[in-house]
Design a protein around this ligand. Structure first.
Ligand SMILES: C[S@@+](CC[C@H](N)C(=O)[O-])C[C@H]1O[C@@H](n2cnc3c(N)ncnc32)[C@H](O)[C@@H]1O
Length: 246
């Protein structure tokens, strides 16, 4: 199955860029605070960022002492922003699909990916490719949309409300039917892949990884004060974060 490059779609890119430019969004308020706490010490380390987008994380890695960072992304538009806004002599951006990373002839101490793995069909192959690129004792840390979010075939998982309009539960379906999902996000037909929690963990284990930590981020008090909608995360998590070791 071919990789979709939706971030190069003009309408999608415009909508996504506006979302990310706002201070209050799920990345800044929930996913990033959680995954940042799980990043290992990077002093003198080589880093690969898969689906690096605009390169903000690549820049952070360099600021935190990484000696070299490679950011890989399928989207030319995202990388053109990265090359302008997150440029550094120790960062190289490569326009390629992460399904092709076995072609990279370099080893890394740390492989990172924020919210891109749910675009990949063959997760077990990706895990094997990453494992092969890691130095001994190297670390993989990634976030993805939570399987409860990706499950429903038509993308219409939804909250249910009580008589006062308060959200009380979340309805989803098709959980044990992994595969393609098409959702509307700025444009019709955005393709993602649903995997069960166990398929995700087992793909890592079969590839040789030891799971070190799993996180389904709960909102912090400071974030809920700024954005009360985050209370919904106590009904169901939006993200899954996994840290694994070679
Ligand atoms: C939600 S954005 C996250 C960007 C960045 N990691 C961040 O956190 O700001 C997902 C990124 O994954 C990239 N992506 C999607 N499929 C990809 C693939 N097959 N190979 C490489 N990058 C991909 C997209 O182009 C996009 O830049």
């Amino acid at each position: 199955m071919s990789n979709q490059n939706i971030y190069d779609n003009e309408t999608f890119f415009e909508g996504y860029s506006q979302l990310r430019s706002r201070e209050i969004n799920s990345n800044n308020m929930l996913e990033q605070p959680a995954i940042k706490e799980m990043i290992p010490t990077l002093t003198g380390k080589s880093v690969l960022d898969l689906g690096c987008g605009c390169g903000a994380n690549c820049m952070d890695f360099v600021k935190n002492g990484a000696c070299s960072v490679i950011g890989v992304d399928i989207s030319e538009k995202m990388l053109s922003v990265a090359k302008q806004e997150s440029r550094h002599e120790n960062i190289e951006y490569i326009n390629m699909s992460m399904t092709d990373i076995s072609k990279l002839n370099i080893k890394f101490d740390f492989v990172y990916s924020s919210l891109a793995f749910h675009y990949i069909e063959d997760f077990e192959k990706l895990c094997k490719d990453i494992y092969a690129l890691l130095n001994e004792n190297g670390c993989l840390l990634f976030s993805q949309e939570h399987p409860l979010i990706t499950a429903t075939i038509d993308g219409n998982g939804h909250y249910n409300k009580d008589e006062n309009g308060r959200k009380i539960s979340y309805t989803f379906s098709n959980y044990n039917e992994p595969g393609e999902r098409y959702v509307h996000w700025y444009v019709d037909g955005v393709k993602k892949y649903h995997r069960t929690f166990s398929d995700t963990i087992n793909a890592l284990v079969k590839s040789g990884f030891r799971i070190e930590e799993v996180c389904e981020p709960q909102p912090k008090d400071w974030a809920m004060e700024k954005w009360p909608a985050l209370y919904d995360e106590f009904i169901k998590p939006s993200f899954l974060i996994v840290k694994a070791r070679k």
